[in-house]
Ligand binder design. Structure first.
Ligand SMILES: *Cc1c(COP(=O)(O)O)cnc(C)c1O
Length: 433
């Protein structure tokens, strides 16, 4: 199996974290999001342990919560001692309402409104990761009114193209995010921030992209960022306390994807950071990394019931399920690969049936995956599992076609708990006047 939390039990049912998906689908209905909470915790521990060992005790792992943001996840992060990244007031509200300690939250986004900034400061956010000059000015004036000095990091673009998909590449000079080092803008922003009295500059941030399998990208980013840290020390006497190297470790969507060794990759970055700091004659800043996808992706799975099987001889075949782009828009957005399996019986050894697995929306682009191989007798009532859906599925879901969002069920040590209930039609009309 593609991930070691998957198995098939003696009656041939697919299991996640040892629990029978057929039984879970029967109890909660489909479509259904499942999360293996034990796997999420294991990943948090892997990151925390690897970072403390690679960068020292001052290092912290932050969970980029846009990957999956609901109360149960923030509770897990609080219990595991993780920091979090948030990107909106809605995520801040959710984190707070789950009891997450906001002083460990880093507020991202390239366009925070005055209302966002006031809300975050009012609630005691730990850090802003500042994208631009307008934001610095707004924080300065809102922090002054609140009578505080707000800690901030500046988001910089080190000018790296991680050679991943265009839509998820963010570290290049021409990115919509951050200030480029190459153009001198990062230097200007630093000087400007240092001149403000209600802003405390604590360091710098970069995020080069997502689905990165190669630690080389992190090594290059760290090298560029540390040179910048040394330059700012020399030029302004500024001592960088925190350096955030971003997120983006890849996960396995297909069995042909590599399985990245997170701890080994982080250890390698740790060695490079130590060496470079000593070569540059700077104190090593406290390091932050902010994985999202690799914390939650393979903890997740979505279950669907097959509705129709349509064969167009000489052309193609379709298997329609009771969910689709409303619960997983990622194929429609980026042609993201996913592994799709029949969950209620084993794949037989007969000639497979090649099909597109599609959703129920009135939209031809409502496709979950193409070129899927399923048993030839796949039929209405069968249960399909889309694997590795823990990241950017629930968090990107919508009510297009007024389709209610599926519930989220957390699995842990043989028990299952509802974390987000299924939306009702009433929920869908709640704000309609
Ligand atoms: C999305 C994002 C992350 C997390 O990326 P993953 O690929 O999910 O690990 C981290 N940092 C920033 C700034 C992001 O925007």
């Amino acid at each position: 199996m593609i991930c070691n939390n998957l198995s098939v039990n003696r009656v041939g049912h697919l299991c996640l974290g040892g629990q029978d998906t057929v039984a879970l689908a029967k109890e909660y209905g489909t479509p259904l999001y499942l999360y293996d909470a034990d796997r999420i915790r294991e990943r948090c521990r892997t990151y925390r342990r690897a970072m403390k060992s690679a960068f020292g005790e001052s290092a912290e792992a932050l969970y980029a919560s846009k990957a999956a943001a609901f109360r149960a996840i923030y509770r897990i992060m609080a219990e595991e001692g993780m920091g979090v990244d948030v990107v909106s007031s809605g995520e801040i509200y959710t984190a707070l309402s789950a009891g997450f300690p906001l002083e460990k939250a880093y507020f991202h986004s390239n366009n925070k409104t005055d209302a966002d900034i006031a809300y975050a400061i009012g609630q005691g956010i730990g850090y802003f990761v500042v994208d631009n000059r307008e934001e610095l000015d707004a924080i300065e004036s809102i922090a002054a009114e609140a009578g505080i000095r707000q800690k901030v990091l500046l988001r910089l673009t080190p000018g790296i193209d991680p050679h991943t998909y265009e839509a998820v590449a963010t570290g290049r000079v021409d990115s919509k995010f951050g200030s480029a080092i190459e153009t001198g803008q990062a230097d200007e922003m630093t000087a400007y921030a240092l001149g403000l009295s209600h802003v405390e500059l604590v360091g710098f941030h970069c995020h080069v992209g997502s689905q990165v399998f190669d630690s080389d990208v992190f090594l290059r980013a760290a090298a560029i960022m540390l040179s910048f840290v040394a330059e700012m020390k020399q030029k302004y006497g500024f001592l960088t306390k925190e350096l955030d190297l971003g997120g983006g470790f890849g996960v396995r969507y297909l069995s042909s994807d590599p399985e990245p060794d997170i701890a080994a990759n982080i250890a390698e970055v740790g060695r490079a950071v130590r060496e470079q700091c000593s070569a540059l004659g700077i104190e090593q800043p406290a390091i932050r990394m902010e994985p999202g996808r690799s914390i939650v992706a393979d903890a997740g799975m979505t279950l669907y019931t097959v509705g129709t099987v349509k064969r167009i001889p000489g052309y193609k075949n379709y298997v329609s399920v009771d969910g689709g782009m409303t619960d997983n828009p990622r194929y429609a957005l980026y042609r993201s690969p996913y592994t799709v399996l029949l969950a209620n019986r084993p794949h037989d050894s007969g000639v497979p049936f090649r099909c597109s697995v599609v959703g129920r929306c009135c939209e031809s682009g409502d496709i979950l995956q193409e070129n899927v191989e399923l048993p030839a007798d796949t039929a209405r009532g069968d249960l399909l599992a889309v694997l590795t859906t823990g990241a950017y599925n629930y968090s990107m879901s919508s009510n297009y076609n007024r389709i209610p969002r599926p519930p989220v069920v957390m699995l842990s040590k043989g028990t299952h708990t509802l974390a987000v209930r299924r939306e009702t039609y009433e929920d869908i009309c709640r704000n309609d006047l």
